[in-house]
Design a protein around this ligand. Structure first.
Ligand code: ZN
Length: 453
């Protein structure tokens, strides 16, 4: 049984599933106004690994992740660039998905956009006013945090200490510094939608309550995001659900921060925190390996050294995939103790560093067995390694880059990605393209293989 740390209860506990065999999860997506940074990459990969593992365990997973396409930062950028908020959001959303594809993060089941849910948000705000949990000021509608008895749960602090620690603006008319905007009245030139209180736009914390409950239903299984979202964003989502008497997330999961080290890296790249820059400079799979090698709740340090190490480790895994291609086929049964060890590690609050130790230890064992010529013992353990890597989304390249033209290797990798995304029409088209170039395409346990006829 999968046990995960739950921020609300402050303990590692079983992930309760509303329905057996199904997992409903909501992960807060990006506000699209700039390039994705390493923190975005980390949360996307952490929850992608969790999702893939849940599927590997036999669950149907509904994974919802939103796009915040109306926000002060988008409006500011549009004003600076003489553009429109819509154009800014559209452009950076495109960049976001390209970056996610590059690091092989599977697309969400649903990716709701805030601007498509304005009517539902207006209804929720109206309901909160009717219930006495929200009030009107000159610049918008605010949530009254004193209306929720356990406000501060996800911050692990009570309302009084949160109030004492909050920054107060002199001209702030809010009843409490912890109160937050549900609806912001539009200033001239800003995007605006009609509401019973005046034209404006929703506050950020409202969209995720409305969209998660609409797409996943009350009492969905898991809500996640980076640690910086636990408070105030997630706490404010939760407070609205509590005040509106709606059953909300059963489990709260948050991943740790990314720390960037290495002066050399920041100098040479200019902007080392950019996920795209990291993928340009290293194997794009290196970041997934770094994320897997860190426990998701710990801070993770990224440096030239760690990214370079990860790239070299991937070369070793690719070499392994090529070497074992001849001892593993579809009929090979993966070594059961190795898979059981994998499951135990993952079920223990996603011990992915332990999983990576298991993988590399097993790789050494398989290589030793092959060196001794013991193919029958090597096959099952090799198959387990390939299955574990695939289960955590680490694609290994069984194709030798040396023998096959680069453009065909690239097509083979695109085909693996298309198959992972269940786009079989594209996968077939790519296979045809490789065959038309005069090569034989083979499906190997670690992906598309190419060989001479
Ligand atoms: Zn959110």
């Amino acid at each position: 049984m999968l046990r995960l740390f739950d921020t609300a209860s402050g303990e590692v506990r079983p992930l309760r599933q509303r329905r057996a065999g199904q997992v409903s999860m909501y992960v807060c997506g990006p506000t699209v106004y700039g390039p994705p940074h390493l923190g975005h990459g980390r949360f996307s990969l952490v929850f992608d690994v969790l999702r893939r593992y849940l599927v590997w365990c036999g669950n149907d997973v509904v994974y919802v992740s939103n796009i915040t396409d109306v926000d002060d930062k988008i409006i500011d950028r549009a004003a600076r660039e003489g553009s429109t908020p819509e154009a800014v959001a559209r452009h950076w959303e495109q960049v976001w998905w390209e970056a996610m594809d590059r690091i092989s993060v599977q697309r969400p089941t649903d990716d709701p956009h805030a601007t498509a849910y304005i009517d539902d948000m207006v209804r929720l705000v109206g309901d909160l006013i009717d219930r006495g949990a929200a009030y009107l000021l000159d610049d918008g509608v605010y949530f009254d945090t004193s209306s929720v008895g356990d406000y501060g749960l996800l911050a692990r602090q009570d309302l009084d200490s949160l109030r004492a620690g909050a920054r107060v603006d002199v001209d702030d008319a809010k009843r409490s510094p912890t109160d937050f905007a549900l609806w912001k009245f539009a200033k001239p030139g800003e995007p605006a939608w009609d509401s019973p209180w005046g034209p404006g736009r929703p506050g950020w914390h409202t969209e995720c309550v409305v969209m998660s409950l609409d797409l996943l239903g009350p009492g969905f299984d898991l809500h996640g995001g980076g640690q910086d979202l636990a408070f105030p964003h997630h706490e404010n989502e939760r407070a609205q659900a509590v005040a509106a008497e709606k059953a909300f997330a059963g489990h709260w999961m948050h991943n740790g921060f990314v720390e960037v080290a290495g002066e050399k890296m920041s100098k040479s790249l200019g902007n080392f925190t950019d996920l795209g820059d990291l993928c340009d400079r290293y194997d794009p799979r290196a970041y997934r390996l770094l994320v897997l090698r860190s426990h998701y709740r710990s801070p993770m340090e990224v440096s030239d050294t760690s990214a370079g190490d990860a790239s070299r480790a991937l070369e070793r895994l690719d070499a392994f995939a090529r070497r074992v291609a001849e001892v593993v086929d579809d009929a090979t049964v993966a070594d059961a103790p190795a898979l059981a060890a994998f499951r135990d590690l993952m079920d223990d609050d996603l011990d992915t560093p332990g999983v990576m130790d298991l993988v590399f230890t097993s790789v050494r064992q398989v290589n030793a067995l092959l060196d001794e010529g013991d193919r029958s013992a090597a096959g099952p353990l090799a198959a387990a390694v390939l299955e574990i890597c695939s289960a955590v989304g680490l694609e290994l390249h069984a194709v030798s880059d040396g023998d096959v033209p680069d453009e065909l290797v690239a097509l083979a990798r695109q085909r693996d990605e298309a198959r992972a995304a269940r786009d079989f029409a594209l996968a077939d088209a790519l296979r045809d393209q490789i065959q038309d170039a005069g090569w034989i395409v083979e499906d190997t346990p670690s992906g598309t293989g190419i060989r001479r006829p």
